[in-house]
Ligand binder design. Structure first.
Ligand code: NAP
Length: 235
């Protein structure tokens, strides 16, 4: 560990994600890897976080240039400790891309189990923990960006997916609350909700859309719910 501080951010006058420090929370799924690849290709400094060290090692091998940190983001103390290490070793974040999720459901309303709810709520907790700890970074950055991937189930929930839709709705509302905070405290910052039915086949597009958050004016993307539309895919 070194206490030599890397300059926290590139100036606001330079658009784009190049040189900016971006943490991907839940980075080892196919979508996490695609986002990491896109950010590294755009010259961002990428910190990828998950709980399984072997999955992080595989990500580092697959996407050279990514730095990894193992952390259970559902544990608030672990997130505080992670932030202290990041601030010391890498600087302050310019971006938090939160991709912890997972699906549990089935069985109609009566079948919405407590076990499933606990699993889904744990994913939401990782969003609360990371955003509460890193919100000040996003405010202080000249181009702070937060993004999550929500679901079409929020607007069109089904009984068998009620737990899932409720957890995603909570995440969705949480991020839009942050967007309101940024609008007041840091108009150069933005919090964005991408919306999909399924991410399968859209991973590369998600990567491009995440990179593009830094090319857009904060006002244009803050508080927005952006559908990931396969028709907009260009390769
Ligand atoms: N897949 C879809 O079709 C779909 C549809 C709509 C919305 N979404 C949303 O899109 C996002 C990405 O989805 P996905 O399917 O690609 O990934 P996912 O399976 O939801 O992602 C799991 C990722 O989060 C990490 N993770 C899980 N628990 C963690 C914890 N406590 N602390 C730190 N990391 C943790 C996992 O790594 P470890 O196992 O190593 O911890 C993995 O990297 C999610 O928010 C999801 O709800 C996905």
């Amino acid at each position: 560990m070194t206490d030599a501080r890397v300059p926290d951010s590139v100036p606001d006058s330079e658009p784009g994600v190049a040189g900016r420090l971006v943490l991907i929370a839940g980075a080892t799924s196919a979508s996490g890897e695609a986002v990491a690849r896109a950010l590294v290709a755009a010259a961002a400094r990428v910190l990828a976080v998950g709980t399984r060290q072997e999955a992080l090692d595989a990500l580092r091998a697959s996407v050279p240039g990514v730095e990894t940190r193992a952390c259970d983001l559902s544990d608030p103390d672990a997130v505080v400790e992670l932030a202290m290490r990041i601030h010391l070793e890498s600087g302050h974040l310019d971006g938090l891309i939160h991709l912890v999720g997972g699906w549990r459901g089935g069985g109609g309303i009566a079948g919405q189990s407590d076990d499933d709810w606990e699993f889904l709520e744990r994913g939401f907790r990782t969003l609360r923990n990371t955003t509460r700890v890193f919100y000040d970074d996003l405010v202080a950055s000249p181009a702070g960006r937060l993004a999550i991937v929500s679901s079409t189930a929020v607007e069109k929930p089904y009984p068998g997916g009620a737990n899932y839709a409720a957890a995603k709705a909570a995440a969705d509302a949480w991020v839009r609350a942050i967007a309101q905070g940024l609008a007041k405290e840091a108009p150069h910052g933005a919090a964005t909700v991408f919306v999909v039915q399924t991410l399968q086949g859209l991973e590369a597009q998600l990567g491009r859309e995440v990179v593009a958050l830094w090319d857009a004016e904060a006002l244009a993307v803050n508080g927005r719910r952006v559908p990931l539309d396969p028709a907009r895919m260009d390769g």
